[in-house]
Design a protein around this ligand. Structure first.
Ligand code: HSE
Length: 310
């Protein structure tokens, strides 16, 4: 391996997706981070961070998701060379579409390539999840799993770790709306209840099971009906101004379903690309926020692949 620069695109992801808290995740085509790196003699050095929200991203390799994940890959591979890293954020931090997850997955994937691709895809996910644990206050892999593996992912178990990825339906369109408010995952996890009722558990299991079936069979109506969350989104709704109104705007402009992305504040809407226009959904949410004097960025996108070298 030479000291040539390697560039990795690490995509945004949406997690939870209704009833799959810390379990379901979906890779998106856009936006994405670009992580560049090259082998150096020793140590991990972050020489540049640019892009939206980069001012708040630490250059200290002990506290940055990219370098923590990369260091974990080096440790597992028994390598002691160093890496110089440049981070170009395409995904603003505190967005709810896996900003820290993309950085972690991109860092792990970069180091994996520099080490000669000795790890399995699941091990790369685990290294990235280790970084998420350090920076987001909880070992959750529902963003890093789709970010590494692509598609729609389900974590069967954390201990031992097992994850499955399937290809979502071709005509599943995704609108991402990001209102101008920051929600840190750590804080968003602190508002969650510590116990759930059997009634809510039954509701979640039914919806989660049917969402998997719908993703596998391409049943768009069932996807719309199965993205339901009785526990987590209700607890977090107060963190995102106008969330319910934005969801109902999306629904009245053709969305199959609209819901809180991950720990928020992004609002995700699924729609059928073969019959509806994602731009109309995006515009309706943007307009709602504009009427309330808030900026809202949107992406009309689709399901995507995991980290890749570009
Ligand atoms: N499952 C995590 C949560 C995702 O909801 O806290 C964080 O983006």
């Amino acid at each position: 391996m030479t000291d040539e620069w390697i560039r990795i695109a690490a995509p945004a992801t949406t997690s939870n997706i209704g009833a799959g808290f810390d379990i379901f995740g979906l890779a998106l085509k856009e936006p994405y981070d670009i992580i560049e790196g090259r082998r150096i003699e020793s140590g991990i050095v972050i020489s540049e961070v640019t892009g939206p929200g980069s001012d708040g991203i630490p250059l200290d390799p002990e506290s940055n998701s990219v370098s923590i994940a990369a260091a974990e890959v080096l440790r597992r591979c028994g390598e002691n060379f160093g890496i110089e890293i440049k981070i170009k954020k395409g995904i603003r931090p505190c967005s709810g579409i896996g900003s820290s997850g993309a950085s972690a997955a991109g860092g792990a994937y970069l180091a994996h390539i520099l080490c000669g691709e000795k790890l399995s895809p699941t091990e790369v996910v685990i290294c990235a999840a280790h970084a998420e644990n350090v920076t987001s206050g909880g070992f959750h892999a529902d963003n890093v799993a789709p970010c590494v593996l692509g598609g729609f992912t389900m974590i069967r178990s954390y201990e031992p770790f097992e994850v499955v990825s399937i290809k979502p339906p071709e005509n599943l369109g995704v609108v991402v709306a990001m209102p101008d408010v920051m929600v840190a995952t750590k804080e968003s996890r602190m508002v969650l209840p510590t116990e759930v009722s059997i009634r809510d558990m039954v509701f979640h299991l039914g919806n989660a099971s049917c969402l998997v079936y719908a993703m596998m069979t391409g049943d768009m109506g069932l996807i719309g009906r199965s993205v339901k969350d009785a526990i987590f989104e209700p607890a977090r709704a107060k963190l995102v101004p106008h969330l319910k109104e934005a969801e109902s705007e999306a629904m009245s402009h053709g969305a199959l379903v609209s819901f809180l992305g991950g720990s928020g504040p992004c609002i995700i809407s699924f729609y059928d690309k073969s019959s509806h226009d994602g731009n109309a959904i995006a515009e309706s949410i943007k307009t709602l926020y504009a009427q309330n004097n808030m900026k809202c960025d949107t992406w009309v996108t689709e399901c995507g692949s995991g980290c890749k070298r570009i």
